[in-house]
Design a protein around this ligand. Structure first.
Ligand SMILES: [Zn+2]
Length: 407
């Protein structure tokens, strides 16, 4: 019997070969690429194979490849067999390529005439084929899942639809490009697709530039809550990315995560408590510290999500959805975290932070400030009272003298 991994590999090869249409890929003069193929062992390796045909002897050949959205291209020198066969196996264990991303590869060969010829690029999807994915779709959203029955997939699709309805007031919705939601049945399966530096607690992730959403939701009695929380949140990331384009990266983390958390259909009951505890302990995170990124440790990250959701909701309630749009506009223009708020809402971020603490969490920051000033006020009084007494004394003396003189 064949080992399951080998069977998988064979399936992967045949799938990719089908995708590539195994006819000849013609190079730009000088070389012809035949039988180009890719064998993906997801999370382990990617093996590129081809036959490079040329009229002149090949002096040197290379494989070039990159993820479609990547700036960098990897270049690997190839050993060319006598019949032109080449093969290169890339170590994919670091998950440098996001799951379901598109990878481009092409070949270069320098022939004995000293000229380097380049083939046309070939594209394939780095598909997580470890699971028997099933699909259900509506408009441009496809739910992909492998655990749970038909109703599980239908519920996930409903959660996506409700999420889009809920966010349409403040997130521009795009129905043009497809969005694929992949529902893994557990965190371990999902984690194995993410770069190894990812946080262990991450149970959902979006690759907005790919239109890909990954969530971990086990089929269970709590599946609806998880679907209604995670799917709208990650969809909001994709929609925001599509409306903001490259300005998406300029937005503060608290704003993007706050909006995405605000569209969750099932409010997290622990958020309010986490914030109240932090407020009482004076350990709330200033929003100016949540601009570049969120904390790494799970506890602080949880608080950061809770705060951001509450803060963005407060901004929407105080300044309307147009306030949120102005805020995104200001950050798109390149204003820094503090001043983007001044530009959009007429109040710097740090002041808005104080107002939020006072309004939502009932902090009395004015009172706190006065209490902190008390020692200084006492010293000032002492400093002032001593000369005051002398002054009063002096006045009395003068008045006495004056009275005497007027007599
Ligand atoms: Zn998020």
């Amino acid at each position: 019997m064949l080992h399951p991994r080998i069977i998988k590999l064979i399936i992967a090869i045949s799938l990719v070969t089908l995708l590539l249409k195994p006819n000849q890929v013609h190079g730009q003069g000088g070389i012809v690429i035949e039988n180009a193929g890719v064998a993906v062992a997801f999370g382990n390796s990617i093996t590129f194979t081809a036959n490079i045909k040329s009229t002149l002897p090949i002096q040197q050949a290379s494989l070039l490849f990159r993820e479609a959205n990547e700036e960098i291209t990897r270049v690997e020198t190839l050993q060319v067999a006598e019949d032109g066969a080449v093969s290169f196996t890339y170590d994919a264990t670091q998950n440098v390529f996001p799951p379901f991303s598109w990878v481009l590869f092409w070949f270069q060969a320098t022939l004995s005439d000293g000229v380097t010829y380049t083939s046309d690029p070939i594209k394939f999807q780095y598909y997580d084929d470890r699971f028997p994915w099933r699909q259900v779709n509506r408009v441009n959203v496809t739910i992909n899942w492998y655990a749970g029955d038909d109703s599980f997939g239908a519920s996930a699709l409903d959660a996506a639809g409700s999420g889009i309805l809920a966010m349409r007031d403040f997130v521009p919705i795009s129905f043009d490009d497809p969005i694929d939601v992949y529902v893994y049945s557990n965190i371990t399966d999902l984690q194995s697709t993410l770069v190894s530096s990812s946080n262990e607690w991450v149970g959902a992730h979006a690759h907005p530039e790919l239109g890909v959403v990954l969530v971990a939701i086990p089929p269970s009695s709590s599946q609806f809550i998880e679907m209604e929380t995670k799917i709208p949140h990650e969809l909001a990331h994709v929609m925001l990315y599509r409306s903001l384009g490259e300005n998406y990266q300029r937005q503060p983390a608290w704003l993007i995560e706050g909006i995405a958390s605000m569209v969750e259909l099932y409010p997290n009951p622990d958020y309010a408590r986490a914030m109240q505890i932090a407020s009482d302990n004076d350990s709330l995170i200033p929003f100016n510290d949540l601009c570049a990124s969120f904390p790494v440790d799970a506890g602080s990250a949880f608080l950061a999500y809770a705060q951001s959701q509450s803060f963005v909701t407060y901004i929407r309630d105080s300044y309307g959805t147009s306030g949120l749009s102005r805020l995104m506009g200001a950050y798109s223009e390149g204003f820094n975290c503090e001043l983007g708020a001044t530009q959009a809402l007429g109040i710097p971020l740090s002041q808005l932070d104080i107002r939020w603490r006072e309004t939502v969490l009932g902090q009395n920051i004015g009172g706190v400030a006065a209490r902190n000033l008390l020692p200084f006020l006492l010293i000032m009084l002492l400093v002032l009272i001593v000369p005051l007494w002398s002054a009063i004394d002096l006045l009395r003396q003068r008045r006495k003298n004056g009275k005497q003189e007027s007599k």
